[in-house]
Design a protein around this ligand. Structure first.
Ligand code: NAD
Ligand code: TYD
Length: 340
């Protein structure tokens, strides 16, 4: 193989990881990517169809909690660095089954850190989230210095992992960087999350279950811009640093749903206000001036064009959605939404 460097990407069959791998394979011919993914409900090999035959790419099915496997991968491949996407990522699932979030998000990250030190892996990038900062009122933004005040079992597990990452930098001298990004949108997102779920429901004339008053605010960024930020942080980030990533694009959930309804020419009567999520964070908004000013990253995709491109992708890839929503998803949907 004619490549110089190998990175281990974990969770590469999910939403963001698959977009990241496609970007690296396309833009970084000097890198080989090993993708370690256990293929949970959220992992989908179809997401990597375009790259699976590339010589730069290798897939290994396995769990980040499997110490022996992680050690073998790192030692046999002279891995330069680890980029950890693997996680249980859905807040609602963390409310009903928090244990698996501890296993993967905390214990799995710890295994990766331990094995990175044991195998002298040079760099470790933890893909974290703005949700570790908790919830904002009507004003203000999260900076890297904001207090860590996670509220959901998901965000607590991500915050715990971040603290372990920082401890491994401080205690063992492992070069670590953490990125904390806001809500992503784009192709390949599992239809448990707001945009693909509402799109799929509206398309099939099902009700759109809006939690609470629908006025919770999320700060949206196109997944490709997030992936670029991770690459900037992995290749240029200062060891021991945290970088917030966001595109200054705050929207209420109803704003997003109305965009979807108008794209599909569906009536507002599909909207159904349902019981709120327990402990629902009201507002997230991110100050990403640090990564912009120190690493020169900035978002390149404006929301108005990015969302149309994204909705068109879901519209044109009905089979992708149907394959996911035909099986186990039905049980998930009725467990989560029936009697809500
Ligand atoms: P996702 O749920 O779409 O994908 C997660 C992937 O991890 C899946 O392919 C799954 O099979 C794999 N995985 C889960 N447990 C594993 C394990 N134990 N071992 C190996 N693989 C395992 O998630 P996503 O939305 O792509 O998020 C990726 C990362 O980005 C997560 O760490 C998440 O916390 C973070 N993040 C997500 C967002 C967002 O808006 N989606 C925003 C900020 C940060
Ligand atoms: P989600 O996509 O789960 O991301 P997160 O909770 O990590 O921000 O949810 C985004 C917002 O949409 C959040 O305020 C909850 C809301 N939401 C609904 O109103 N109904 C739904 O069915 C889902 C999945 C989310």
């Amino acid at each position: 193989m004619n490549t110089e460097k190998t990175i281990l990407v974990t969770g590469g069959c999910g939403f963001i990881g698959s977009n990241f791998i496609a970007m690296v394979i396309e833009e970084q011919p000097g890198y080989k990517v090993i993708n370690l993914d256990s293929l949970t409900y959220a992992g989908n090999l179809e997401n990597l169809e375009d790259v699976m035959d590339e010589s730069q790419y290798q897939f290994i099915r396995g769990d980040i909690c499997d110490e022996t496997l992680v050690s073998k991968i790192l030692s046999e491949n002279s891995v330069e660095g680890i980029i950890n996407f693997a996680a249980e990522s859905h807040v609602d699932r963390s409310i009903t089954r928090p244990g698996i979030f501890v296993d993967t998000n905390i214990m799995g990250t710890l295994v990766l850190l331990q094995q990175a030190v044991a195998n002298e892996t040079k760099r470790f990038l933890q893909v974290s989230t703005d949700e570790v900062y908790g919830s904002l009122g009507a004003e203000g933004t999260f900076s890297e210095n904001s207090p860590i005040k996670p509220n959901s079992p998901y965000s607590v597990s991500k915050a715990s992992a971040d603290f372990f990452v920082q401890a491994y930098q401080h205690t063992y001298g492992l070069e670590t960087v953490i990125t904390r990004c806001s809500n992503n949108y784009g192709r390949h997102q599992f239809p448990e999350k707001l945009i693909p779920l509402m799109f799929n429901n509206a398309r099939t004339n099902k009700n759109l279950p809006v939690y609470g008053d629908g006025k919770n605010v999320r700060d949206w960024i196109h997944v490709h811009d997030h992936c670029r930020a991770i690459w900037f942080a992995y290749t240029m980030g200062e060891p021991g640093n945290v970088y917030n990533v966001g595109a200054d694009c705050e929207k209420t959930n109803l704003d997003i749903i109305n965009i979807i309804l108008s794209y599909l020419s569906k009536p507002e009567s599909l909207i159904e206000f349902v019981k709120d999520r327990s402990g629902h964070d009201r507002r997230y908004a991110i100050d990403s001036s640090k990564i912009r000013n120190t690493l020169g990253w900035k978002p390149t995709i404006d929301f108005d064009s990015g969302i149309v491109k994204t909705l068109s992708w879901y519209y044109n890839n009905k089979n992708w959605v149907d394959n996911i929503t035909s099986g186990e998803y039905k049980n998930y949907y009725s467990e989560m939404y029936e009697n809500r």
